[in-house]
Write a protein that binds this ligand. Structure first.
Ligand code: AMP
Length: 540
């Protein structure tokens, strides 16, 4: 017997339609490149998204065409998300922080036929365009008055919209149709594309809103610091429309001061981003002796949130950090850390031990850890192994079949090494490539880094494995001291002693002026390993 419910495809256009009808006067506020604020509502956004959908049709864009963006978080990018996917084309967000050669590779590989770009990328686009013969239209995200002087024959976004009407009926099609495309940062080889579907995106949006995930509601003001070119800003633009959240889009300025101003002026209650941006905000707040008066929680993910950061936000600012884990291949959300009822009465120290983990899986994501032979390991919080996941918003293969068959018996291997405890909390030990292999045993680089950044004189720390004649690899701790502070190697080692197993202690500590980051703000261990490959440890 079959159920007798309506068959209505889960489409991205339904999210913006819902927000218009039920949250039509809820605001979307954007900080533009030049600093001014742009304000409108979900109703206004829906109107302009319909004009844009008509404009895409007028340009000859057809269903399935890939439409690229090189843009920051603002209202125009938001409109593109809905107009492109809603009309059946594929919204391909490109990370402008990548090297120009990578951008060229990605745009060519995706065969984008139209590219929307922010004014600030006009010079970049002009130099890249000759290598991108498949792009038919370049559209600058600005009005006529601000169109750049350029040899490139580009279109003006506001003119495109002005030439169209708001009359547009969102087409209805199969919910498994491709909606958007993101390339992974690609630590080895070329970046690979992950193709999301309407169905996976809508299901993921429900997941994002759940109380033990981001807990979004029509009473919240959300500022996604995570860029809209990094896994669709972790799905927040879609989830915000689903829940009727006031959205604050920060544009290109993500320094502590700019974020602080926006948090305060727009009464932001929740935000999300990678640890590096929060380092900048914390430094700014501490230097100026400021507090955030309306923010109550920050979702931190993309790389491990250091326990010291989680504690500082809670103790000094009364802000709950929700540690989250996911990946481009997972739309991206896999786990978020919220306590269970039984944790509430625990002493702070025991709660901290839970808080620092990457969290419990959202319903829709199943996970398990396996050993080298693929045998499932116990969920005891101690055994660690390769983390595998599956679920309706987890990728099954890369765009154009790159990398071949990626699933193992229907599970996606994340490339992360983790533990899972009996309560379902997962903790990342390392990226499998970053784990330090010492005498056949594994040392977690993340765990040492987390301890090192708790030292008051340390701004940032990275631990990498360096070749060692006896042990194969041994940990080297690279420390970026805080401005105006100093610490010696001995003090650093003394600080770690007793907190780590003896054989996990770094063989050396080196102080550096800067640490390299990837285009998505993660420590670039690959670059560090290459730079320190020939380093001779004092123990070698
Ligand atoms: P990306 O697809 O570029 O977002 O990278 C995904 C990878 O980032 C994951 O496989 C993890 O290695 C890492 N990652 C994401 N969130 C966390 C976290 N909270 N803690 C540790 N690593 C993380």
């Amino acid at each position: 017997m079959l159920g007798q419910m309506m068959q209505m495809p889960l489409l991205i256009s339904s999210l913006i339609r819902h927000a218009d009808v039920n949250h039509g006067d809820t605001e979307i506020v954007s900080r533009l490149g030049e600093g001014s604020l742009h304000r409108y509502t979900y109703r206004g956004a829906h109107r302009r998204a319909r004009r844009l959908a008509n404009a895409l049709g007028a340009l000859g864009v057809r269903q399935g065409d890939r439409i690229g963006t090189l843009a920051w978080n603002d209202h125009r990018h938001f409109e593109i998300y809905f107009a492109v996917s809603g009309s059946g084309a594929v919204c391909h967000t490109v990370n402008p922080r990548l090297f120009p050669d990578q951008i060229v590779y990605i745009l060519n590989h995706a065969e984008d036929r139209t590219v929307f770009f922010d004014l600030s990328f006009a010079a970049l686009v002009e130099t890249l365009a000759p290598r991108l013969p498949k792009v038919k239209d370049w559209v600058v995200l600005t009005d006529r008055a601000h169109m750049p002087e350029s040899r490139l024959d580009s279109l003006c976004y506001e003119e495109l919209l002005a030439a169209q009407t708001e009359d547009y009926a969102w087409p209805v099609f199969d919910e498994n149709t491709a909606s958007s495309l993101c390339y992974t940062s690609g630590t080895t080889g070329n970046p690979k594309g992950v193709v999301y579907a309407h169905r996976s995106t809508v299901l993921h949006s429900y997941g994002v809103c759940l109380p033990d995930v981001f807990g979004l509601s029509a009473r919240e003001v959300l500022l996604p610091v995570v860029p809209m070119f990094h896994v669709n800003a972790w799905g927040t633009p879609y989830a915000a429309a689903l829940a009727g959240v006031k959205l604050v889009l920060p544009g290109p300025k993500l320094d502590g001061e700019s974020l602080y101003e926006l948090f305060e002026s727009e009464k932001v209650t929740a935000s999300a981003g990678v640890p590096t941006v929060w380092l900048g905000l914390l430094r700014f707040l501490e230097e100026r002796g400021l507090k955030l008066s309306t923010v109550n929680r920050l979702v931190i993910g993309g790389s491990a949130a250091p326990p010291a950061m989680i504690r500082t936000f809670r103790e000094k600012f009364g802000i709950t950090v929700l540690h989250a884990w996911g990946m481009t291949e997972m739309s991206p959300l896999g786990t978020v850390n919220h306590p269970k009822a039984k944790h509430l009465d625990l002493p702070e120290e025991s709660r901290d031990a839970v808080r620092v983990k990457q969290g419990r899986p959202i319903f829709g994501v199943e996970m398990k850890i396996v050993d080298a032979e693929g045998r499932e390991l116990p969920r005891d919080g101690k055994a660690f192994g390769d983390l595998l996941v599956r679920g309706p918003w987890v990728m099954s293969s890369y765009y154009k079949g790159e990398g071949g068959e990626v699933l193992r018996d229907g599970w996606f291997p994340t490339g992360d090494v983790a533990t899972i405890d009996p309560d379902g909390y997962m903790a990342i030990t390392d990226r499998s490539k970053d784990v330090i292999k010492s005498g056949g045993e594994w040392i977690s680089s993340i765990e040492i880094e987390n301890l090192a950044v708790a030292h008051p004189a340390v701004a940032e720390a990275a631990v990498i494995g360096v070749p060692h004649p006896k042990w194969d690899e041994r940990p080297l701790l690279l420390v970026l001291p805080r401005a105006g502070q100093s610490v010696t190697k001995e003090q650093m080692l003394e600080f770690l002693r007793g907190k780590l197993a003896k054989w996990w202690m770094p063989d050396d500590v080196v102080f550096v002026d800067s640490l390299p980051h990837t285009a998505t703000g993660k420590l670039s261990k690959m670059q560090l390993r290459a730079a320190w490959r020939d380093y001779r440890l004092p123990t070698a």
